[in-house]
Design a protein. Structure first.
Length: 368
């Protein structure tokens, strides 16, 4: 295979390599020197870096390991890595001889704003890229994610998800992904993968707090949750307010699809809030409500006597066991104004159909 002599031949080479990229580990990193020549108005000059990259690809193709076929019933291992200008992945599985075998290689070059991502965000991008390419594997197998940091925890631990983080969270929630630190895994596949994806000595790791949240396990500060339910003659609604340890406020308002008593509405608000907290992977939670009946029943101070409340009480008690730390406290309605207002708003505007309505709330003053 001769070296490219002009841009046309280089594009032809890139196209052929792209066709077999799943068989080549770290293709984007190996071909990084070629990217400079692909830019507009850049003269074609085949320097030593391009020559070395070309020879590296040739050497790999002449001695590349065979890819295996997935074995049903056995878990898959997804290795991901991120460097300054590229992201990569490797899907592997133990064969019948209990040796790890590569199934699929992934890699691509970072472009535009992606180059400015923090190291952990690049790791998240590597995982998202792997999921998009390996969706058929992810849906059929349990996948163990092996990386130097946990991108799933980073995304899910954010109190407020916006932009790309929100999109990543929606995608990650669809799959069963179990994280395993790279240093805890031994095998030929991971050894080969890490050898192909070294971290450059001059690439600085970010010291921002988001990275620290991923690399170190610590006791999470408690979130606060305020709930309230409101039942009226023509509709019922609930309000739930979360306050993160960083004092971010997340208000939610829901109209109930059926008429119910005020106590049932209170339980509905509590259960919805607890379910949301579980989905947000909150481990420590302080729960506040203005219903003395609901709070005292959960604290076993009051007995649950009404049959219509028993299912809600049982479900709430089950959800409370999902947290590492949880407290329940009654508070006066005057101190629970936001949740109360959201519940009353939802009850007043009870929706006939299952649809959402956005209400802008602005500050203003009309008298000069």
């Amino acid at each position: 295979m001769p070296e490219p002599r002009d841009l046309r031949e280089l594009k032809s080479l890139q196209g052929r390599l792209a066709f077999i990229r799943r068989f080549i580990s770290n293709l984007a990193g190996r071909c990084q020197p070629f990217s400079r020549l692909m830019k507009k108005d850049v003269p074609f000059f085949w320097d030593e870096a391009c020559h070395n990259a070309f020879e590296s690809v040739k050497k790999y193709l002449s001695s590349s390991p065979l890819l295996g076929a997935p074995i049903p019933g056995k878990q898959l291992k997804l290795y991901i890595a991120a460097q300054e200008r590229s992201i990569r992945g490797l899907l592997a599985q133990e064969n019948e001889s209990h040796k790890e075998q590569a199934l699929y290689y992934l890699s691509r070059t970072l472009i535009g704003p992606e180059l400015n991502y923090t190291p952990i965000e690049k790791m998240c991008l590597a995982l998202v890229f792997a999921i998009q390419k390996l969706r058929h594997y992810m849906q059929a197998f349990t996948v163990h994610l092996i990386a130097r940091a946990d991108p799933v925890r980073y995304v899910m631990s954010k109190p407020v998800l916006t932009g790309r983080l929100a999109k990543w969270a929606l995608l990650l929630n669809q799959y069963e992904i179990i994280y395993t630190p790279a240093k805890a895994v031994k095998g030929q596949a991971v050894a080969d993968f890490l050898a192909d994806h070294p971290i450059p000595a001059d690439w600085e790791i970010s010291d921002d707090l988001p990275d620290e949240q991923v690399f170190f396990a610590d006791v999470s500060p408690a979130w606060m949750m305020f709930f309230d339910g409101s039942a009226r003659k023509y509709g019922a609604g609930v309000g739930v307010v979360f306050v993160s340890p960083e004092r971010h406020v997340l208000p939610y308002s829901f109209s109930l699809s059926e008429l119910c008593s005020n106590n049932v509405a209170e339980y509905q608000a509590l259960v919805m809030g607890l379910q949301m907290a579980v989905e947000m992977k909150i481990s420590s939670l302080e729960v506040y409500g203005d219903s003395m009946l609901v709070i005292n029943q959960l604290l076993t101070h009051f007995e649950v006597r009404k049959d219509d409340l028993i299912p809600y009480h049982q479900l709430a008690m089950q959800l409370l066991e999902s947290f590492d730390f949880v407290t329940l406290e009654h508070m006066p309605r005057k101190d629970n104004q936001m949740a109360d207002a959201l519940a009353n708003l939802a009850a007043t505007l009870a929706l006939i159909k299952e649809e959402a309505i956005n209400f802008p709330v602005c500050q203003c003053w009309v008298v000069p």
